[in-house]
Design a protein around this ligand. Structure first.
Ligand SMILES: [Zn+2]
Length: 337
């Protein structure tokens, strides 16, 4: 067990040193990486989801605007909220979709720096392909910006912000009992009950121990959304109580192909959907309590986040790079617990 863990750590270390991220531990817990803040103590990143369509459905246009905003904000990295390759993930490590939908699309200079792109989780469409391929260090060798794991932690700062990346696809029961025509690659996930139990325990313990000023959970599936897929009730049941118990500030997801900001009347958590990386459906939105619904855009786009220890600015952009919604929140330095 320990040997396996060390082996994984070494492999990941080798494959991620180029990304400027450093593995710091791997002992019966979620794998951890660190990323230093800028010299002025700030951090900025973009979030995009549901994108890999060989540039079609405005993927290239969104990528172009990401490049422009990325330059302006001098982004440290880019988070992908999953559904990285449509329709059925990657067939293998040599699937040309990796280049056609990723390397050849996000070509702007601001997205070319090492450690800028591809801190990624898997979406349901990624699980319809070869999952091991997307997780493989071979992809990182082909494009050093790529880092994709199932569930892991990124500590930025240090201790300014902690990102908890959660593999949400295995939570959704329907994919197991009624997969329709789709074939999912559940290797490494079965038995599902154990997988979910361990993941929730690891997440619970990591959140409990976190000393970060800002806690951010990232998953592919929605917890709350007015979009096409709506709420994911398995996550509302199993994940939401944990993130609320440990005062997580933001839950960031994709899956619904829109841009969306929902607050909560029950807790300070904010639900931010950035799933506008390519295909989107105009008008595909359900009613939501206007007290909680801060913003909804039924089109393509992406999100930027700029943060310091005391302030977070989240901004949503449409396919033309126009600012659609901007939201700021702050914390007192002394309120860190
Ligand atoms: Zn999805």
């Amino acid at each position: 067990m320990v040997l396996l863990c060390q082996k994984t750590m070494l492999l990941t270390l080798a494959s991620t040193l180029l990304l400027g991220l450093f593995v710091v531990s791997c002992v019966a817990e979620l794998q951890r990486f660190e990323h230093a803040a800028k010299p002025d103590g700030s951090l900025s990143f973009l979030v995009v989801g549901d994108w890999g369509r060989r540039g079609l459905y405005n993927q290239s246009e969104v990528a172009l605007q990401m490049g422009i905003i990325g330059e302006k904000l001098d982004v440290d990295f880019i988070i992908s909220t999953g559904d990285n390759f449509y329709d059925n993930g990657l067939k293998g490590v040599d699937d040309p979709a990796f280049h056609e939908s990723f390397t050849d699309i996000y070509t702007a200079p601001s997205l070319q720096k090492q450690c800028t792109f591809g801190i990624s989780v898997l979406g349901n469409h990624d699980y319809r392909g070869n999952v091991e391929a997307q997780l493989s260090p071979i992809l990182t060798k082909m494009d050093s910006r790529w880092l994709c794991l199932r569930s892991f932690i990124l500590n930025a700062g240090p201790e300014m912000a902690e990102f908890f990346f959660v593999d949400t696809t295995p939570f959704v029961r329907r994919y197991f009992i009624d997969p329709e025509d789709h074939v999912y690659d559940w290797k490494g996930v079965l038995p599902r009950k154990n997988y979910l139990k361990n993941l929730l325990m690891e997440l619970d313990s990591a959140l409990r121990e976190s000393k970060a000023k800002w806690k951010i959970v990232v998953g592919h599936h929605t917890i709350k959304s007015a979009g096409h897929h709506g709420n994911t009730h398995e996550l509302a049941k199993h994940l939401l109580p944990i993130v609320q118990a440990y005062d997580v500030d933001f839950y960031i997801n994709g899956h619904d192909h829109c841009l969306e900001h929902i607050s909560s009347t029950e807790s300070p958590i904010q639900f931010l959907t950035s799933g506008g990386g390519s295909k989107a459906w105009r008008g595909d939105v359900n009613w939501w309590n206007p007290q909680e619904m801060k913003f909804y855009h039924d089109g393509q786009g992406f999100m930027s986040v700029q943060m310091t220890r005391t302030e977070v600015d989240a901004t949503f952009y449409d396919v033309f790079g126009n600012v659609m919604h901007k939201w700021t929140t702050s914390k007192q330095l002394s309120s860190a617990i």
